[in-house]
Design a protein around this ligand. Structure first.
Ligand SMILES: NC(=O)c1ccc[n+]([C@@H]2O[C@H](COP(=O)([O-])OP(=O)(O)OC[C@H]3O[C@@H](n4cnc5c(N)ncnc54)[C@H](O)[C@@H]3O)[C@@H](O)[C@H]2O)c1
Length: 596
């Protein structure tokens, strides 16, 4: 029989604590909510009221249930109020000495059978537990932000946590409607160990002016389907908390430089820019605690790029290539009203591409997304050719041929001879340096990267890659074209992986390393990222879809460019590729897909 928890205590009513109080009270459990001072207590009360009022306004909670919820919460200053609760969960700032002090005090105040839990994100639960005389009753219960919304709870057992305490807490999580993964005490557990290297890297990109905050966030939302971008997430987590988590993970987790907090973070914390809770972090908020972003001096004036920015008028577009990307890009341009010249290496290939574009447009008609007349008009705008000479009078060329530098360079040298002056020459490369391609021409200022995502007609994002030689007019033209295509353009520098792949693949690689270290299973890791962080797919689901060979190649490029030891491809990934387990396309990758 699992233990009954009728009253729990929550210590610290900040970002996490207030949400945790709500979770318990919503599920019929009485809560003693404790803070360090009256003003802090009042802040916690306001947070709880705000959150439950929003839930009522959204129709997710009945007004009567909200009132009952509030009646279950008893607010108090000081730990003495916790003398008769069944379980305490601590959510004070991420400092070991503070948590140890609080646990020693809780040990004195609480009944001998009370379970003492910490919501720490990165500190050692074991070290916290030894501050008490009951380390076997100490456990980690790691909720995710916002606690009332995120389904996941990481239950952290130390080497001394009693098995029945683990079982009781697992049963409690189920009662709260949460999904738990139970793991050992390691810095960052599952989700944060995978998340924070990525978040820190995104802050580094912002700090080095590689891309704007809006573009970094839009890239990860639209390119990976994440619920929010990394910088907005840092603001939600709280920059002080994020700093402490990174710092602890760096020290506890083998001094991986990717966890060494980017200097800007410390500066922002010192300056009081803590994120949403202080009203300002990477973004500015309506008021402290508000989720509403308001414009500030860094907000781009207007997302529309006009001819005044130097964008050139584009009416006719050449697309070179006959693969998946070229086919999708031809369709995107033709549907948006551009005249398109498709160039392939022969009539046979042209016929194939033409067929593929027709099939895709027809699908749109069948699904009711495209009128027959619009399909016919789009097809009427495309001409099919096997000769580059037909690109003599286009305004923009988009190259989507095989991902080999020598091939692309030769092509750009030819385009340089054929195309009229002022044409924008774009490459869709996902891994080669755009500058190498640009320097194959005598007009590097006109060369830019246009990194579409697959499938191009569906994915809303395009990365516009400017090299150190790309002119502002060329970048403006590329952005204006993306806007006319109905895509969101993000502008970034010419570095391996651009924004999306540079942030995504090291995270996937880290997940492989975690599996390799037998810390957790592929299923639990996937669960943790989906339910704890709102990712549409877990890392192993995604690796099997993308292809392990493709992932390994990208990871190698990133490693070679940055020489960051933490980017070294996981040996397990290399072995699976060597063994021919490439993912869904070979019916076996991290998972066996032969029966699905
Ligand atoms: N922010 C997140 O996204 C997140 C997610 C999961 C876990 N966590 C973890 O939760 C814990 C709390 O983080 P947070 O972001 O909510 O911090 P926070 O700074 O928002 O809130 C901490 C609260 O603790 C209170 N406090 C400080 N000393 C106290 C004391 N002696 N007694 C009672 N209350 C005290 C403070 O007044 C404050 O309200 C940390 O261990 C953190 O790592 C944070």
């Amino acid at each position: 029989m699992a233990r009954e928890f009728s009253t729990v205590g929550v210590v610290g009513l900040g970002t996490m604590g207030a949400g945790i109080v709500e979770v318990f009270a919503r599920n019929g459990i009485d809560v003693v909510a404790v803070e360090i001072s009256e003003p802090a207590l009042e802040r916690g009360r306001v947070t709880l009221t705000g959150s439950t009022d929003r839930a009522v306004a959204k129709g997710k909670l009945a007004a009567a249930d909200r009132d009952a919820l509030h009646e279950r919460v008893h607010f108090a200053v000081g730990l003495d109020a916790l003398h008769s609760v069944d379980l305490v969960i601590e959510a004070v700032p991420e400092h070991l000495d503070l948590k140890q002090r609080i646990f020693a005090e809780l040990d004195r105040v609480c009944r001998p059978e009370t379970i003492l839990a910490t919501n720490t994100s990165s500190l050692s639960v074991t070290e916290i537990s030894v501050a008490t005389t009951r380390p076997n009753q100490v456990i980690g219960i790691h909720f995710f932000n916002p606690a009332p919304v995120m389904k996941l709870v990481e239950v952290v057992r130390t080497v001394v946590t009693a098995p029945e305490v683990v079982a009781d807490v697992e049963a409690l999580c189920a009662r709260l409607g949460k999904v738990d993964v139970t793991i050992n005490d390691r810095a960052g557990f599952i989700a944060n160990a995978l998340l924070f290297g990525y978040l820190n890297h995104a802050v580094g990109m912002f700090e080095s002016h590689y891309a704007t905050r809006e573009d970094i966030d839009a890239a990860m939302k639209l390119g990976c389907g994440l619920p929010m971008g990394p910088l907005a997430l840092m603001d939600l987590i709280g920059l002080d908390t994020a700093y402490e988590i990174l710092d602890t993970m760096y020290r506890r987790g083998g001094r991986d430089r990717r966890h060494a907090p980017v200097p800007l973070l410390k500066q922002m914390v010192t300056a009081g820019l803590l994120g949403r809770k202080s009203g300002r972090g990477f973004y500015t908020y309506e008021r402290p605690g508000s989720p509403v972003v308001v414009p500030d001096e860094a907000t781009p004036l207007a997302s529309e790029v006009t001819l005044a920015d130097g964008a050139r008028a584009i009416t006719k577009v050449g697309v070179v290539g006959s693969g998946t990307m070229a086919t999708g890009i031809i369709e995107v341009f033709a549907k948006a009203g551009y005249e398109v010249v498709s160039v392939t290496r022969g009539a046979e290939k042209s016929a194939k591409v033409c067929e593929a574009v027709k099939t895709s447009l027809n699908k749109g008609v069948v699904r009711g997304k495209l009128a027959e007349a619009d399909r016919d008009a789009a097809l009427g705008r495309i001409s099919w050719s096997a000769a580059l000479d037909h690109l003599a009078d286009v305004d923009l060329v988009v190259e989507a041929v095989v991902e080999e530098l020598s091939v692309k360079k030769a092509l750009f040298a030819s385009l340089d001879e054929i195309c009229k002056p002022g044409v924008v020459l774009a490459t869709t490369t996902s891994s080669l340096p755009v500058i190498d391609v640009a320097m194959a021409t005598h007009r590097p200022a006109d060369v830019v990267g246009l990194h579409f995502f697959n499938p191009a007609p569906i994915m809303p994002l395009v990365e516009v890659v400017r090299t150190i030689r790309t002119s502002p007019e060329t970048t403006a033209t590329a952005r204006a074209v993306c806007a006319a295509l109905g895509k969101t353009a993000v502008v970034c520098g010419d570095r391996s992986g651009f924004i999306v792949n540079a942030l995504l693949f090291p995270y996937l690689n880290d997940a492989v390393k975690m599996l390799e270290a037998s810390y957790s299973t592929a299923d639990d890791i996937d669960h943790a990222m989906k339910l704890g962080c709102g990712y549409p797919m877990g890392p192993f689901d995604l690796l099997d879809v993308v292809g392990l060979d493709v992932s390994l190649a990208i990871q190698r490029e990133l490693y070679l460019e940055l020489r960051e030891p933490g980017f070294a491809p996981a040996p397990l990934l290399e072995h699976l590729v060597t063994a021919g387990y490439l993912g869904r396309k070979t019916r076996r990758g991290f998972r066996d897909h032969s029966h699905r």
